[in-house]
Design a binder for this molecule. Structure first.
Ligand code: RFL
Ligand code: PHB
Length: 404
């Protein structure tokens, strides 16, 4: 295990693993420290929708072979409200864009396999405690691995350690600004061994609360129900979940939700959060370490991928030209696009969920907004452009040839 590396990456989630892979492709060495074990990281159920730019980034670094075989390209989503169903057609509204259904667990498995086969060191059960000297030329990451305290020195540190990580705390409080919003509801998410009852994702507004029908593969469905904060999944036996999903997805006319064995159940809180700047000295923050969105816009994983791409491009530029311009611009570049995604995620969340304090007036406003999206090409295009992903500034770096 080297004691020094060019880029020390804390966290082996999608942001850290994609960054390590892009750096490897550009000939820049890195070490990834991940606090959990490999099985835990590979099994953690999270996001499922990839924007085209995320797919492009995975392809550009040779990590999309299985994604290209197994990913399911989706051309639209369905919005349900007031007993009716409305389709949002992405290609016709966005000039050809689509999204791909491919689970975060699979993205992570593919990136881990590549990193272990041909990348720099990726240490599991390596818990970082502290980033020291972020404002010096030689920062250090202090961590524990196999019961021993160790120090990794580096030229740069990237905190990809998620919302509960330690890297953000290395930005002094007088420099750091945070923006946060919590929501008065959570999601109860389930995995069920049953083919999806629909061809495309269904986002349902109902007087009983929000529901979402998604999928993980042709034989596994992923469904979510809005529930009160603090809900115990134990209070939701399988039949209660299916009955409630039935009631929330109900439309006038024929439609049937297929039931199957439920293999996982968890309650997910919702939060919007941004920390600025995303850089302090030689420390950079990427992904959930810097920002959180509520999942209704399907943006969390895609934003993590954007940060990794923008940062890898900046490191490659530094290597090729000696100029730190792109590193210096990293925080502003990411934050500009991020705030748009924050707004979209907030918008999708607040227009589709029922706030416990909501008045009948508020419900009418939600329905008026949903009706506008269903009835106006402009309003539908605004949703479709945001959902499929706004352009990534600089996109995939030209210096990353396809490794396929
Ligand atoms: P991750 O995936 O949280 O990875 C961070 C990694 O850092 C490790 N770590 C440390 N390692 C070393 N030392 C330390 N001190 C460390 N502290 C933490 C952690 O073990 C972990 O492996 O962040 P990243 O890479 O930025 O990726 C972001 C995405 O994972 C996230 O935005 C999305 O999954 C958000 N999200 C969802 N997004 C969606 O679009 N749809 C979803 O359905 C959806 N479900 C979810 C989610 C996020 C969740 N979290 C974070 C609570 C469900 C959950 C439960
Ligand atoms: C998922 O498949 O887990 C998923 C899909 C769309 C969302 C959120 C989660 O908006």
């Amino acid at each position: 295990m080297p004691r020094h590396t060019t880029v020390a990456i804390i966290g082996g989630g999608p942001a850290g693993l994609l960054l390590a892979r892009l750096l490897h492709t550009a000939g820049i060495d890195s070490v990834v420290l991940e606090s959990r074990d490999r099985t835990y990281v590979e099994q953690r159920q999270r996001a499922g929708i990839l924007e085209q730019a995320t797919v492009d980034a995975l392809r550009a670094c040779g990590a999309a072979a299985r994604l290209d075989r197994e990913g399911l390209v989706h051309q639209g989503i369905e919005l349900r409200f007031a007993g009716r169903s409305h389709r949002i057609d992405f290609p016709s509204l966005t000039g050809g864009r689509t999204v791909t259904v491919y689970a975060q667990t699979e993205v992570v498995k593919d990136l881990i396999a590549l990193q272990l086969a041909e990348g720099g060191p990726l240490l599991f059960e390596a818990q970082a405690h502290e980033v020291a000297g972020a404002d010096t030329e030689r920062p250090e990451v202090r961590y524990t691995h196999e019961g021993r305290k160790q120090t990794l020195t580096c030229d740069y540190v990237v905190g990809c350690d998620g919302f509960h990580g330690i890297a953000r705390a290395a930005v002094p409080e007088q420099v750091r600004r945070t923006y946060e919003r919590t929501y008065p509801y959570s999601w109860l998410g389930i995995l069920a061994e049953v083919p999806a009852s629909c061809d495309e994702l269904i986002y349902a507004h109902s007087p009983r609360g929000f529901a979402l029908h998604s999928l993980r593969s042709p034989s596994v469905s992923r469904l979510y129900l809005q529930v009160p904060n603090g809900t115990d999944p134990g209070d939701w036996p399988d039949d209660r979940i299916w009955d409630e999903l039935d009631a929330r997805f109900a439309i006038d006319g024929d439609w049937r939700l297929e039931r199957g064995p439920i293999t996982a159940k968890a309650v997910l809180p919702m939060r919007s959060f941004v920390t600025e700047p995303m850089r302090y000295g030689r420390l950079f923050l990427a992904g959930d370490a810097a920002h959180i969105v509520p999942p209704t816009g399907a943006k969390g994983l895609n934003l993590a991928a954007t940060d990794a791409v923008v940062l890898a491009r900046a490191f490659a530029h530094l290597k090729a030209t000696g100029s730190a311009d792109l590193l210096d611009a990293y925080s502003d570049t990411c934050l500009r696009r991020l705030w748009r995604a924050e707004h979209f995620s907030y918008f999708m969340t607040s227009v589709l969920h029922t706030d416990p304090a909501q008045s009948p007036f508020d419900t009418r406003l939600q329905l008026a907004q949903l009706q506008r999206i269903a009835g106006s090409r402009h309003a539908a295009a605004e949703l479709a452009e945001n959902y499929t992903g706004l352009p990534m500034e600089g996109s995939v770096p030209p210096s990353f040839p396809s490794a396929r």
